[in-house]
Design a binder for this molecule. Sequence first.
Ligand code: AMP
Length: 215
Amino acid sequence: MQITLLLGAPGSGKGTASARLVARLGLRHVSSGALLRDAVSGGTVAGREAADHMARGELVPDALIGRIITGLLLAGGPGVNWLLDGFPRTVAQAQLLERVAAEAGGRVSRALFLDVPEEILVDRLAGRRVCPGCDAAYHVQTLPPRVPDCCDRCGRALITRPDDDEATVRTRLAVYRSLTAPVVAWYAAKGLLTVVDGVGTADAVSEQLMRVLQP
Ligand code: AMP
């Protein structure tokens, strides 16, 4: 089991890049945010515990997301190569992932960090529209859907994510700076980090990521 991580602030393009990479590299993609949104809309026990934290733009407890991700990785078995997007988001989650990967006979083989300045993140999140069905992301100016307000992939009506409002975005960026930026430093200290310029079109960013993953 090899695990590739896609790290970056909210709005850095992790979801968009992941969708393009998994199609080309045969990795199994897990978005922790998408899993949690499904749990919330499905009204599961985990979803009920997560909902308020997510609505406030805060992280859900490490134990909660840790259980979900651990269950998936262990159930996948040793032959699966994963692309994790949105996990880990705290150093405690990174430490848990290290233990679970070792238990499953695997390891985190690299961490890719999508580097995007904060003013661009704010602009991207303000213009972001997402599909509530398949979680595909668009931007009203830079990445519009082919048919206005409809998902290219599954045709559902696009929405603005409730946590993309201005006040919640401010909280999410502050949470990122205090709890998730140290995760980036943690992988850098382990020699596993590659920084990729996340500014530019979705195509340009995914080409750069492909060059890192398949040199
Ligand atoms: P995202 O779609 O990655 O922006 O995640 C949406 C929300 O889900 C975040 O603002 C957090 O509330 C929650 N979330 C996603 N991943 C994690 C994680 N690894 N740890 C804690 N909370 C998370």
